[in-house]
Design a protein around this ligand. Structure first.
Ligand code: DOR
Ligand code: ZN
Length: 341
């Protein structure tokens, strides 16, 4: 019998993850700890994680939820322009990055930044530059939904120029304009989700509306997806995988006011393997899912070896009540084995 092709990934990292809190945290944590070595944990809880005490307490709750699974939570703080060097120095060791949301742009972002006045942001961003704390940004304006990210690129460029020593990560990029910005500024980096590599707006709203594919930023045009695919498949050194896996209860998604977020963490590596194989780029998958992130963030993940095999996997209807992308559909790769250590 011909043997099934195997793909081995070392220490996969998810550089943009929503784990939530309380019951939802319990429901989704295994989807990440099973196959990932670690993840950057987003701070958009209610209220947002915005003090040293809150970071420490949230990390502890994640640690309790994960039990004995080997997994590192790289914590983030919710950006506020009022942060100063003394405040940030005191919590430097507790965090890996700070996440900036424009006010009200997405789930639980009401306390974010309004207007992007460089002088107003200078004390906090200078302090972050000095302390070498990366700034993760949800880059959307409140303009027309398809143009929001492209419009934000001028803000990325303004920040990248004004704070040349600050590492700025353009989170979950969806447009060719963001890809182009990567090349223009040394200190701009990006995460890319798995869903934005697979879908365009057509998949979300071209036929019957697909609430489980609705997220912010919304999936864009084929030429945008092509631009993302190019840099992901070549594992461009400034891009890394960040799932933006964002669980919501089923009723909040299948609702006339559908919550934004695609839940992908339990199937992300299987889908990425399928995609990289299809494009004959499997040799670059390791860099995309771990190596580049290690270089950009300077993190050294826990050892974890994930073996995938080319064997159809039927995605469950839900994981503890949370409906994943491609629920009930068959995908090409399965997880065969995970070895810790
Ligand atoms: O679709 C999204 N969901 N985009 C975000 O930026 C936030 C996330 C969430 O927290 O649900
Ligand atoms: Zn997110």
């Amino acid at each position: 019998m011909p043997s099934t092709p195997l793909v081995v990934l070392n220490a996969p990292l998810d550089m943009h993850l929503h784990l939530r809190d309380g019951e939802m945290l319990q429901n989704v944590i295994n989807g990440s700890t099973q196959t990932f070595s670690g993840a950057i944990i987003m701070p958009n809880l209610v209220p947002p994680v915005s003090s040293k005490e809150e970071v420490i307490a949230y990390k502890e709750r994640i640690s309790l939820a994960q039990g004995d699974k080997k997994f590192t939570s790289y914590m983030t703080l919710f950006f506020k322009p009022s942060y100063d060097k003394a405040f940030l120095s005191a919590l430097r060791d507790e965090i890996t990055a700070i996440k900036l949301y424009p006010a009200g742009i997405t789930t639980n972002s009401e306390g974010g930044v309004s207007g992007f006045d460089v002088e107003e942001l200078r004390p906090a961003l200078d302090a972050m530059s000095e302390l070498n704390i990366p700034l993760c940004v949800h880059g959307e304006t409140n303009g027309f939904v398809m143009d929001r990210e492209a419009e934000f690129v001028s803000i990325y460029e303004k920040l990248a120029t004004a704070f040349p020593k600050l590492k700025i990560i353009m989170e979950h990029i969806t447009t060719k304009e963001s890809v182009a910005a990567l090349e223009k500024h040394e200190n701009l980096y990006a995460t890319i989700t798995v869903h934005h590599l697979f879908i365009t707006l057509d998949d979300v709203a071209g036929g019957m509306l697909q609430p489980h594919l609705f997220c912010k930023p919304i999936a864009k045009r084929p030429e945008d997806r092509d631009a993302l695919l190019k840099v992901a498949l070549e594992a461009h050194s400034k891009v890394m995988f960040g799932s933006d896996s964002a669980p919501h209860p089923q009723h909040a998604k299948e609702n006339c006011g559908c919550a934004a977020g695609v839940f992908t963490s339990p199937i992300a590596l299987q889908l990425l393997t399928e995609l990289f194989e299809k494009h004959d780029a499997l040799e670059n998958l390791q860099a995309f899912v771990s190596g580049n992130a290690q270089n950009i963030y300077g993190v050294q993940p826990l050892a974890k070896t994930v073996t995938l095999e080319k064997k159809p996997f039927k995605v469950p209807a839900n994981y503890n009540g949370v409906v994943p992308m491609y629920a009930n559909e068959e995908i090409a790769y399965s997880i065969k084995e995970v070895k810790n250590g």
